[in-house]
Design a protein around this ligand. Structure first.
Ligand SMILES: [Zn+2]
Length: 347
């Protein structure tokens, strides 16, 4: 086991490295404990003012795993639920969520975050009947002096949700249970065992309202996932016109010119698809699709690419195929990777 001193030395080295390096990409493979922690950690990227990418991997099952570790801390659960709410949101701008959390004036995101880029691929589902079933099941379980974890509850729900309307998938049911916890319809309870602390879900303060039908429960569901496998293949075939490919090449080139940033920071795939469909001809039209900031930086090149394509689409479509090999080679540039300790190990 490493001593505290050598751990501190290692952490100090990482801190020194990261404070001096230009960081373009921050990945969170697990959930941070609070918005403050996540803001501080992800804020290491792009300190030179250039676009950088922050990715946070999240699934609802991460919430009870983390809550069992922070519930005994002052405001531990409240802070955790704030960031879980941030992660579960599929419509609110990520940037605005930070500004709102820190009570700062809102600023435009210009389509840089995933929620702004994909907000048209989200639908809101009324799942009040599912919520009612969850509450009544938990009441029965409690009356029998039993307890369930979120995952056990979801397994039971998968069987019992028949005839309720839309059949929710496992991850959607998990998303709903966590939403009900965040909305105080359910609550988490914790129990220590010899080896771990288990998090259970039980009826919360607003459970009665749901049971009586006085509270509507809606969840935001992404329509993106269901489309990715089958429809993406067909949409790729549909866009054999080549403009998508040309814009894809262009974003890689611009990303390389602007300090080796990630191509998605220049144009998201959704924006490329919209540009390809609408083919804007002026700065004003372009700004409505990709926002002011990106238009100022990359607008003239994007409009030039679209105009070139419009003048001779066939030539551009053929040309795009030839450049593919070169692009792959260009992407294989050497990049240093620094792995930071995750937030749960910091305390
Ligand atoms: Zn946004």
């Amino acid at each position: 086991m490493e001593s505290c001193k050598s751990l501190w030395g290692r952490w100090h080295l990482v801190w020194e490295l990261t404070s001096q390096m230009v960081i373009r990409f921050v990945v969170h493979h697990s959930l941070s404990k609070s918005m403050e922690t996540y803001y501080q950690e992800s804020g290491r990227a792009g300190r030179d003012g250039l676009p950088s990418e922050c990715v946070l991997f999240f699934r609802p099952a991460d919430a009870p795993r983390q809550s069992s570790m922070v519930f005994y801390e002052n405001s531990g659960l409240k802070n955790l639920y704030d960031i879980v709410r941030y992660c579960q949101s599929k419509r609110e701008c990520r940037r605005s969520a930070f500004f709102r959390h820190f009570a700062e004036p809102l600023q435009e995101c210009n389509g840089m975050c995933d929620n702004c880029a994909f907000s048209n691929e989200v639908e809101e589902l009324d799942v009040s009947s599912h919520a009612k079933l969850i509450v009544s099941m938990l009441k029965d379980i409690q009356e029998n002096d039993q307890r369930v974890t979120m995952l056990q509850l979801v397994e039971k729900l998968k069987v019992k949700q028949k005839n309720l309307g839309p059949d929710l998938k496992k991850d959607e049911l998990e998303q709903l249970v966590i939403k009900l916890v965040l909305d105080h319809v359910l609550k988490e309870e914790f129990q220590h065992t010899a080896y771990a602390t288990n998090a259970y879900v039980t009826a919360g303060p607003l459970a009665k309202q749901v049971l009586q039908g006085n509270k509507i429960i809606k969840v935001e569901m992404s329509t993106r996932q269901s489309r990715t496998s089958s429809s993406m293949k067909s949409s790729k075939r549909e866009r054999s016109t080549g403009l998508d490919d040309k814009l894809d090449e262009l974003r890689k080139e611009l990303a390389s010119i602007h300090g080796g940033i990630f191509p998605h920071s220049v144009l998201s795939t959704q924006q490329i698809s919209t540009l390809s469909g609408q083919k804007p001809k002026s700065i004003e039209e372009l700004e409505k699709i990709i926002g002011k900031l990106k238009t100022e930086k990359y607008g003239s090149r994007i409009l030039e690419e679209i105009a070139n394509y419009e003048s001779d689409p066939q030539k551009d479509a053929d040309g795009s195929k030839e450049t593919k090999g070169n692009t792959v080679k260009k992407l294989k540039t050497k990049k240093a990777l620094v792995v930071l300790e995750s937030s749960e190990d910091e305390t």
